[in-house]
Every structure is written in C-alpha cells, then in structure tokens.
Design a protein around this ligand. Sequence first.
Ligand SMILES: [Zn+2]
Length: 444
Amino acid sequence: MQRLIPSLHLKAILALSFIALLIALFLPSRSVESTHAVLTLDLPADDTPTASDSNENAVNETPAPPRENWHMETVQEGDNLSLIFKRAGISATTLHHILEAAEGNDLKRLDPGQVIELGYDQNNRLIGIRLRRDVLTTIEILRTVDDRFESTVHTVEPTIKPIVKFATITKTHSSLYLAGQSIAMSDRLIMEMAALFQWDISFALDLREGDHFVVLYEGLYVDDSLIREGEILAAHFTNMGQPFDAFRYEDPSGKVGYFDHAGVSLRKAFIRDPVHFSYVSSSFNLNRMHPIHKRKMPHRGIDYAAARGTPVLAAGDGKVISATRNEASGKFIVLQHGEQYTTKYLHLSNFAKGIKRGASVKQGQTIGYVGSTGWATGPHLHYEFLVSGSHRNPRTVTLPDADPVARIYLDDFKRATEPLHAQLQVQLALIDTSLSGSNAQGSR
Ligand SMILES: [Zn+2]
C-alpha cells in the first residue's frame, strides 16, 4: 500500500488543482486569471484624504500602485486562526469572511511552526493571507473588489528525476537498515525495498557480508531541491551470491506490480502467515497424538497464538465462500482463491466489516480478528491451506507466484524495463570494481 502513496499524492495535487480551477470558474469574480490583479483595482490611493471616514469604501480616480506589506506569523503550540488574528488585531468579521472563502481548504488544521503570511495595504487594512500547506501547496485568500475574500490554491508540479544508489552489507553496516542509512535512503524507501524482496529473501536471517543492492527510484524536485522520494523503479539484490531483480511496471490497463526480468511477479499469490504479532503454538501434523484424547487426531492447520483482536489477513486475493459460525470452529471464514486453492480461518472473535459470503478480498486485507470462539482454550488463529481439496502445511507448501505480466503486454514490458535493467547493470559493474577494492558504499 505504501508504495502507492506518492502516486496518490500526485492525484491529490491534481484534484486540488481541479478544485482551484472550479473555484476560479464559478466564483463571480472580475478577475479569474490572477487574484493579484484584483488588488490593483481594490486599493485606495496612496495617502489621499478621503471624504469618507471609512477607508474601506474609498475609491480614487487616479490609483497609485498599491503598497503591499506582507508580514509573517508563526503558528504557536495550541494556536488557531482565531488566536492569530486576535494577536494581529484583525476583526472577527474579517476572520469569518476568510473562513467562508476558504471553505474546502482546511484552515483549521494548523501545525506549530507553520508560517502564515498576512498582507496589508498602505492603510493597514488586511488584503489577504497566505498559508503554505506543504512544499507543493500554498493557499492564498485575497480580498476582492467587492470586499469579499477569494481563495486560490497554488500548486507546484515537482520535476521527477531518477536517483540511483547502491550499498554493500559489511561488518559496520550489517543490516539492510544500516546499509540503507549509510547512503541516505529514507526509512520508507528501505522498508519498501525490503517488502519487494520479502518473498525471496529473509532480511532478518539470511543477510551476509558482501550482499549488495542497487536501487533506482524517483526523486521529486522543486527548484532543484529534493522534496520527496517517489516510486522505486527498479532494484537489485544479491543475497548469498544469488541475484534478484525487481522492475516496476504499469501495464496499459493500469495494473501496477513488481516483476523480475522475465515479467514474473515478485510477489507470491499467498502470504505465509496470515496474522502478524503472533507465534506458532501448534504446527501442522497429520499424525498428531491428541494430548487429551490420547488418540491420533491430525492437526490439519497451523495455530497462531496472538492477542484477542489481532487482525487476521486474507492470505491471497479471493472470494469469501463462507463467513459463519459453528460449535467446533466458532466464527470462521473460508476463502476461495481461483480454482485450486482454499484457505480457512477459525476461532475468530469477529469478522471485519464487509466480510460476508460472496465478498471479494485482496491479499493482506483484514478479514477478521483473532479470538477463541468454538473449541479453543485461548485466543489463537487456526489456519488451513487446501490445494485441490487436500490439506497442506501452509508454512512449507510451495506458494504459487502472483499473476505475471499479461502475455499481450510482454513486449511493452520489455521495452519499458530494458533501460532500467541496463542502469542496474552499470551500477553492478561499479560494485564489482569496488568490491575487488575495499569498501563499497556509495551513491550516484
Ligand atoms: Zn488448530
């Protein structure tokens, strides 16, 4: 899921731009293209005495260029817009108008340290505020000719440039985390890379000195400074001499995944253990002697002891064929995965929302919660894995690969990933050179 965030973010930016456009289109403004243009019409002339006591209504025949004066307010702990305005001596009415104009652009969520700019004209009248929402987004609310306020969202489109980094597991950088840190990879990026290779490499147990990796990812830049890391485009990991490649590919139908050089999915169709934060309290054993009944009672699944309420995850994409209860199994779920595979989840305390017969589920989705309903002495998940109707040990059964790149897109896949593959090769050649030297930590 995490690897989707940057693209979601881009969508959010697009959505915001769209909203800004809508606001611009539908507000009865005289100035649609530029809110700044409104100012020049709006402001009373320089130091000209007016007949009226109220500057607000003063319109001069020969307006001088307005003087704007923007002043910064830093958001304090426990601050809100109302307090900030009070400090700046701005009326509650004005605040009310600004909040009205800002509808949809949440001004209520202010973070300490955030800067709000307040703009005044030469008569010290508030002409608007600017709030930098994040590196890419600024909300600007300006006074209009007819003395209302109008809000515009300014978004910056980041430039995306690829970044390549590599590192080697050494005595001092003995974990993926330390090696990643040594080349200034963010925690998120390290986690995402680990998630890519999790099906083939156990980073906790199988790392060795001399293992090395290359990662090629998107850098999002604004004005030449890196503001965020985007998607991993390609990665390579050599673990105990065995090489693994991963290429990100979005097929023309919009399906995104990570595949090896031949287009085979890196992901398996099933996750091994459908409950995190647990331990195996009883293994799969078809010849088990029952401790109480003193007779052969096969244990056709795995028991995972876990705290009551721990989420139980769908092991693979599939369909709910039952979500019900009986005396022995308590509340249980059966999932069908294609023609061959069935998984069962017993003794649940509850089903997750929307889990009922006929519902579709995605791999890793929470389908229920650990409990001790039915014949169970304590909270645990009893998990079964069936291939063509017969029970298999879920911890040792060979798991099928998730769907590969569709046949019709294979040519497109090759075209899209070939340049990435070439870049990985260049980096690997560099690592080879540096490994035959001494220490190989580097980035380019
Ligand atoms: Zn069991």
